[in-house]
Write a protein that binds this ligand. Structure first.
Ligand code: UDP
Ligand code: MG
Length: 330
């Protein structure tokens, strides 16, 4: 296994066959001689194309390349988690496989880390090759998230970042299933700094985050960091009660003044309005309840089919099975 590399680069890849080789070439060019040893850990998130074949071939030739193959598609955030779990380096860099995040920025992240920052995130100052829709919704989402959570998630950051050893250790201790990694990494605290960069267009292939997944991801982000949607019910309840009270006073006043106010339309309107509000609130409760259910089941976060060096266990994160748990637990 040799000595510990300074940097582990974690690359989640889902159907990225055309990006694996250029990714490794650019990472090697950017890091060779710049850092004291590095490894590249690909997590093949159940790809249906030749991604794994490409990774395995590279790993055969270059010992710095490692690969972990999931038993099926577990999703981007699970892949990143597995990468962090498998990493052997002192610091871990998270980067997308599609070369949207240029590997050439990594030495800048490393330089900041060496200055003493524990987490160095890369902040997009421009995004090329992404639709107007994606950019606007992303901008809106990050601003909303920042406004309603008490976690200081920096604006316009993705998962492209460097985590120092203390942040990595903290991250590995998280047991939760619904993971919003960029939020969790901010949550750990320590000294954090940003480096600005230009986000490029995808190198090859197409986005693995269609609108549906983006919405899921956004809901995950909000629910795992904020109770505000739940409180909304209380506020709405107070607001509607106040309105109802005013309405009652008005109606009684009109009655006393001898004015008769027929009520079909307003009755219909308020029934439908309140019905809608109540259903939305039940839906929000459901979102949280579903997540609680997920956490309670304690299923493993991901399953590993194979790894290039054969050292990565099938079940990496079964909670309650960790060493010493049996004695400590009872
Ligand atoms: N990805 C993954 N599993 C998934 C979806 C995406 O590992 O289920 C990886 C993907 O290969 C890429 C990264 O996550 O390396 C970001 O995905 P993508 O570039 O498609 O998202 P976008 O940049 O369009 O938001
Ligand atoms: Mg991308």
């Amino acid at each position: 296994m040799g000595e510990r590399p300074e940097i582990s680069v974690v690359v989640p890849a889902f159907n990225e066959e055309a990006n694996v080789v250029p990714m490794v070439e650019r990472l090697v060019a950017a890091l060779d001689g710049v850092v004291e040893g590095f490894e590249i850990v690909f997590i093949d998130d159940g790809s249906k194309d030749r991604t794994w074949a490409e990774v395995a071939a590279l790993a055969e030739r270059d010992r710095r390349v490692r690969g972990v193959r999931f038993a099926r598609n577990f999703g981007h955030q699970a892949a990143v988690t597995a990468g962090i779990d498998a990493a052997r380096g002192t610091a871990v860099v998270l980067i997308d496989a599609d070369l949207q995040d240029p590997p050439e920025v990594i030495p800048e992240l490393v330089a900041k880390w060496r200055e003493g920052f524990e987490v160095v995130y890369a902040q997009r100052e421009a995004r090329e090759g992404e639709s107007w829709f994606k950019k606007t919704t992303a901008a809106f989402f990050y601003r909303t998230l920042r406004a309603i959570t008490n976690v200081d998630i920096p604006l316009d950051t993705g998962d492209f970042r460097l985590m120092g050893p203390r942040a990595v250790e903290a991250f590995r201790a998280f047991g939760e299933r619904n993971r919003f990694i960029r939020g969790l990494v901010s949550w750990v605290g320590f000294e954090q700094a940003g480096v600005r960069y230009r986000r490029h267009a995808r190198n090859a292939g197409e986005t693995k985050y269609p609108l549906k997944k983006m919405i899921r991801f956004a809901i995950d982000g909000i629910t795992s960091f904020s109770f505000l949607p739940l409180r909304l019910a209380t506020w709405l309840g107070f607001a509607v009660s106040a309105l109802a009270f005013v309405y009652i006073v008005v109606v009684i006043g009109l009655k006393l003044a001898g004015i008769n106010w027929p009520g079909y339309t307003s009755l219909m309107a308020s029934i439908l309005f309140l019905g809608g509000v109540q259903l939305i609130m039940i839906g929000i409760l459901g979102e949280y309840l579903g997540r609680v259910f997920d956490e309670v089941k304690q299923r493993p976060l991901y399953l590993v089919g194979e790894s290039t060096d054969g050292t990565v266990p099938v079940v990496g994160r079964a909670r309650g099975r960790e060493r010493g748990d049996d004695e400590a637990g009872r």
